[in-house]
Design a protein around this ligand. Structure first.
Ligand code: ATP
Ligand code: MG
Length: 134
């Protein structure tokens, strides 16, 4: 079994499709291990997306990710990391395959409904970031 971190981003929360997105995970044998709905601070986003801090869209990304509540989910299942990335679809919803979460629910390339860890290393870092072991 593998774990990965998913975030349902503010645009999708505002569209009231949390349940529809979770249904896609559960229908594809991903189980919810931990979950919480929170509002991120600018500092949270800067730390979480540190790899993107020099990208031209970074200020926009911080404004977007702090614009409303997000749902943080630890998903668990066989090949959870790649499975979640496949279910999400491409970063740009215009390029996302039909039926993927981003094709169905994203607004555009910057407001793209969900985040998913992209490797075992980032999954571990991201899960520890939002659900530190006590
Ligand atoms: P995420 O890390 O959120 O799962 P991703 O791995 O598909 O998305 P990244 O390249 O890591 O894509 O980009 C992180 C986030 O930054 C994207 O999900 C999107 O919200 C935003 N972003 C990425 N590229 C662009 C861009 N060219 N213009 C605007 N926003 C962008
Ligand atoms: Mg990424």
């Amino acid at each position: 079994m593998q774990q990965t971190l998913s975030i349902i981003k503010p645009d999708a929360v505002k569209k009231n499709v949390i349940g529809k997105i979770i249904d896609i995970f559960e229908s594809n044998d991903l189980e919810i291990n931990q979950m919480k709905k929170i509002k991120l601070s600018s500092e949270n986003v800067a730390q979480f997306y540190a790899e993107h801090k020099n990208r031209p869209f970074f200020t926009n990304l911080k404004d977007y990710m702090t614009s409303g509540d997000v749902v943080i989910i630890v998903l668990e299942g066989e090949n959870a990391i790649i499975k979640n990335r496949t279910l999400m679809g491409a970063t740009n919803p215009k390029e996302a395959e039909t039926g993927t979460i981003r094709q169905r629910f994203a607004t555009d390339i910057s407001q793209n409904a969900v985040h998913g860890s992209d490797s075992e290393t980032s999954a571990k870092r991201e899960i520890d970031f939002f659900f530190p072991k006590i």
